[in-house]
Design a protein around this ligand. Structure first.
Ligand code: ADP
Length: 277
């Protein structure tokens, strides 16, 4: 059980305390309090984050399967060390045959102790991996946070309904839903999802959210997808290649970089009247 009903009653009680009966109106009250200057922008964002926490599932915040840095169980400890260095992550999932079948997690700390002994480095990484903690992708993240704490885990592998790997989620992903982006000492500087290049041109990753684009005046709406990459792929009926252009809602989108599965980078500018017609 996800404890959603318990959570709701907490919000209902809080809402009642503030004279609001619905979660929605509590959200409104927080936004109004910010508008009236009673709370700071950061406080508003944390309060809303806590409020929305109840509705978020693992799949909403995990790192998707295709982005997981992992190694095969046949890899050596030396190769796993190289994967830690290349990825910058301290925990690397280990798969058997394909990444759909994660069979372990190797921790940088465990690799470190092997590094001290040169003859250990050609051993298979599977000899030092730990058992993965699996969770369904539909699990509520509030429940997951409790489980992370009670089971002393920091990372979980999310599974889809067929038991295949759907993604990876860590405590950091969960906490970021409340406190916003957490950068640690080793995080690569994140490329802004949307960058204003001047003269009305924006560059963005395929992961930029439609709602963020709407704030820039690009009114793209979809019930099926959340990102511009997903939107243009759906419009085109295929994953567009670099160089393809699309004119939608008065904006011209040019694909700058893409692989077979994703649009990685694109640009947007207002379409000329000719292009728009
Ligand atoms: P780390 O410091 O090892 O990167 P964190 O728990 O701080 O681990 O996670 C930071 C971000 O990196 C999170 O978004 C998490 O989902 C992602 N992440 C962690 N490990 C991996 C991995 N092996 N492959 C891809 N993403 C990962």
């Amino acid at each position: 059980m996800d404890g959603g009903s318990e959570g709701r009653s907490i919000w209902a009680r809080l809402g009642h305390f503030f004279g609001h009966n619905e979660e929605e109106s509590l959200e409104r009250a927080i936004i109004d309090a910010r508008a009236e200057g009673e709370v700071e922008a950061e406080e508003e964002s944390m309060l809303l984050g806590i409020l929305r926490f109840n509705d978020l599932k693992v799949e909403d915040t995990m790192t998707p399967r295709t982005d997981i840095d992992c190694v095969s169980q046949n890899a050596t400890i030396r190769e796993a060390v190289a994967a830690v260095i290349a990825s910058g992550h301290s925990r690397i999932p280990i798969y058997k045959d394909t990444r759909d079948n994660i069979v372990g997690i190797v921790h940088a700390k465990d690799l470190l102790s092997c590094l001290a002994e040169p003859d250990q480095q050609d051993r298979q990484v599977s000899s030092i991996m730990r058992e993965p903690f699996f969770v369904p992708e539909t699990k509520n993240i509030r429940t997951l946070l409790q489980e992370f704490r009670s089971q002393k885990q920091h990372i979980a592998i999310a599974l889809d309904e067929y038991g295949g790997t759907s993604g990876l989620i860590t405590i950091e992903d969960v906490l970021e839903e409340i406190v916003g982006d957490i950068q640690d000492e080793h995080d690569k500087p994140s490329q802004e999802d949307i960058r204003d290049m001047g003269q009305g041109v924006y560059e963005m990753s395929g992961r930029a959210f439609l709602e963020d684009l709407a704030e820039l005046g690009m009114p793209l709406q979809s019930d099926e997808v959340d990102t511009i990459g997903g939107y243009l792929s759906t419009e085109a009926g295929h994953v567009p290649a670099a160089g393809e252009t699309f004119t939608v809602e008065g904006w011209k989108f040019t694909i700058l970089d893409a692989d077979k599965k994703h649009i990685k980078k694109l640009s947007a500018c207002r379409a000329t009247q000719e292009e728009a017609s």
